[in-house]
Design a protein around this ligand. Structure first.
Ligand SMILES: *[C@@H]1O[C@H](CO)[C@@H](O)[C@H](O)[C@H]1NC(C)=O
Ligand SMILES: *[C@@H]1O[C@H](CO)[C@@H](O)[C@H](O)[C@H]1NC(C)=O
Ligand SMILES: *[C@@H]1O[C@H](CO)[C@@H](O)[C@H](O)[C@H]1NC(C)=O
Ligand SMILES: *[C@@H]1O[C@H](CO)[C@@H](O)[C@H](O)[C@H]1NC(C)=O
Ligand SMILES: *[C@@H]1O[C@H](CO)[C@@H](O)[C@H](O)[C@H]1NC(C)=O
Ligand SMILES: *[C@@H]1O[C@H](CO)[C@@H](O)[C@H](O)[C@H]1NC(C)=O
Ligand SMILES: *[C@@H]1O[C@H](CO)[C@@H](O)[C@H](O)[C@H]1NC(C)=O
Ligand SMILES: *[C@@H]1O[C@H](CO)[C@@H](O)[C@H](O)[C@H]1NC(C)=O
Ligand SMILES: *[C@@H]1O[C@H](CO)[C@@H](O)[C@H](O)[C@H]1NC(C)=O
Ligand SMILES: *[C@@H]1O[C@H](CO)[C@@H](O)[C@H](O)[C@H]1NC(C)=O
Ligand SMILES: *[C@@H]1O[C@H](CO)[C@@H](O)[C@H](O)[C@H]1NC(C)=O
Ligand SMILES: *[C@@H]1O[C@H](CO)[C@@H](O)[C@H](O)[C@H]1NC(C)=O
Length: 420
């Protein structure tokens, strides 16, 4: 049931945001046909515009059939820089202008042109101009590597927000061959402060010899975690965490790895942004990254994405395990309040990975006095509360009926007695 709920949340989010595997890939080639820029990414735009005196916000994705425009270039050695310019719809375009230093390259500037005359995107737009916004970016990678960033990167400009996710990008590609090695972005990075070498605890693991667990492990202990940025604490959480991974063993059988996070051996780190916050929890060789987002129009925070990486037991065919999901919609509450759930929740990351959360209370973005605000209880808890209420109401109703029946009965017999 709980799993179905996770899947439902996923579908709802996907339907709402249209975030169904929308990654699109593009190449720029030089005159001899060698690739010099490659990009594979999901880009979400949100644009505010005027419509009959009112402000409207429209959300859309860079379409997969966007075209690489003529003005894209590999750049000349030291006279001009590489540009990836993508066009779509009625005269909209996104340009990534690159530059390099001694050993790194970066997207120096990001330029977005949008055509307010396009009524299919900007319904009832009052203006008809082509608008331009631009921003410096910190998307950078080592020369000879791909830039790789699974988590979302938000770029806020006047009237326009652009969110990049699931990005693989390389400029200054050498000899037309895309590099094998990656430069991971900060958003995806493990906190490097802790590298425990203790072996995985066997007590917190189901015997993996049989796929059907005989003895369920205990619930994980509740840990308290927080992330503090320049403007104070932006994530405050109290929860028990259990990771459930199914994997293929060397003998082709299915193994199941259940791992409880031990709070005092778990380290937390993260970053605070205006509309995105990341909480990274590392326990032994397992890392969970929670990506929280802010829905500015409803003033709610929610868990938008999760990234799981772990090392599986030695009997696993592939020891490294990774999974991520960037279209989640869980742990949702109004900004300033906290989300609370006593029931176990199963966060669906992939077919192979579930993150089970126990006794969670969490608040993101706005946390007054470093304490949890008003509680918003989860649906599962409310349903559990509802049963005693219904039973109680039914009992009260029954008592009332019996009482009325008794009073009527008494009146009747009384009246009958008098007439005789
Ligand atoms: C990321 O992009 C790749 C390639 O475009 C795609 O196969 C993969 O499913 C995407 N992952 C997510 C989480 O969207
Ligand atoms: C962009 O993000 C900012 C800050 O998160 C928000 O206030 C603004 O409304 C957003 N603008 C659009 C057009 O979505
Ligand atoms: C791109 O795809 C959209 C639908 O996804 C379609 O309406 C549009 O005509 C396509 N554009 C081109 C240039 O193929
Ligand atoms: C380009 O740079 C190289 C060395 O980096 C230099 O020798 C050459 O003169 C430069 N060419 C121009 C046109 O600036
Ligand atoms: C803007 O959109 C309008 C309506 O679709 C179109 O006629 C016009 O050519 C577009 N402008 C540019 C610069 O593409
Ligand atoms: C556009 O304006 C008309 C009337 O002014 C209104 O009926 C319609 O709902 C508006 N469309 C959108 C998408 O806002
Ligand atoms: C690229 O080509 C140059 C000369 O054509 C060669 O010296 C160099 O080793 C090549 N680099 C790679 C990574 O293949
Ligand atoms: C990739 O990284 C590994 C480890 O840092 C290094 O040994 C290897 O040479 C790199 N490969 C390339 C093609 O740069
Ligand atoms: C772990 O995941 C497997 C497969 O998704 C599922 O059958 C099992 O019930 C899960 N166990 C727990 C404790 O979440
Ligand atoms: C925590 O880690 C330390 C070593 O870093 C180990 O001695 C201790 O047993 C661990 N505690 C738990 C509860 O796993
Ligand atoms: C901190 O708050 C100020 C004012 O509200 C804001 O301009 C700034 O972007 C915030 N910085 C961060 C890192 O959130
Ligand atoms: C955040 O965590 C640190 C270290 O675990 C702790 O000292 C601090 O009190 C916590 N802050 C809050 C507001 O809970």
């Amino acid at each position: 049931m709980a799993r179905a709920q996770g899947a439902r949340g996923l579908l709802a989010a996907a339907a709402l945001l249209g975030f169904l595997q929308a990654a699109a890939s593009f190449d720029v080639k030089d005159s001899s046909g060698n690739v010099c820029i490659m990009a594979d990414m999901t880009v979400a735009f949100s644009v505010e515009y005027n419509s009959n005196g009112q402000k409207e916000v429209v959300h859309f994705l860079l379409p997969q059939n966007a075209t690489v425009l003529q003005r894209s270039t590999c750049g000349k050695r030291n006279t001009s820089r590489p540009i990836l310019a993508l066009g779509f719809g009625a005269g909209h375009s996104l340009s990534l202008n690159f530059m390099k230093s001694a050993n790194q390259y970066q997207v120096e500037e990001l330029i977005f042109h949008y055509n307010l005359s396009d009524k299919t995107l900007f319904h009832n737009s009052t203006e008809g101009k082509v608008m331009k916004v631009s921003h410096k970016s910190d998307i950078r990678a080592d020369m000879g590597t791909k830039y790789r960033c699974v988590n979302s990167k938000h770029i806020n400009m006047k009237n326009v927000n652009i969110t990049f996710s699931n990005v693989t990008l390389e400029a200054y590609v050498a000899n037309g061959t895309v590099s094998i090695n990656n430069t991971e972005c900060a958003e995806d990075m493990v906190s490097t402060t802790v590298m425990t070498t203790t072996p995985r605890q066997t007590t917190s693991q189901v015997p993996t010899t049989s796929p059907a667990p005989t003895a369920l492990p205990q619930n994980p202990a509740v840990g308290k975690y927080n992330v503090t940025g320049a403007n104070g604490t932006c994530v405050l959480a109290s929860m028990g965490l259990q990771l459930n991974v199914t994997y293929l063993k060397k003998d082709e059988k299915i193994g199941l790895d259940l791992l409880n996070f031990v709070p005092h051996n778990t380290t937390s780190s993260g970053t605070c942004g205006n509309t995105a916050a990341f909480l990274t929890l590392t326990f032994e060789k397992t890392r969970l990254i929670f990506h929280f987002a802010l829905n500015a129009s409803t003033e709610k925070f929610f868990l938008q994405g999760m990234n799981v990486s772990t090392t599986l037991p030695s009997e696993a065919k592939v020891p490294k395990f990774e999974a991520s999901n960037n279209s989640m919609s869980e742990l949702r509450a109004s900004v300033g309040n906290s989300y609370k759930c006593s029931a176990e929740e199963n966060l669906w990351v992939s077919d192979k990975a579930l993150v089970n959360v126990f006794n969670v209370q969490i608040q993101v973005f706005k946390i007054d006095g470093d304490k949890f605000g008003a509680v918003e209880e989860c649906q599962l808890d409310e349903n559990n509360m509802l049963i005693p209420i219904i039973v109680g109401a039914a009992l009260a109703g029954l008592v009332l009926i019996v009482l009325i029946a008794y009073l009527i009965g008494r009146k009747r017999s009384h009246a009958g007695y008098q007439t005789i």
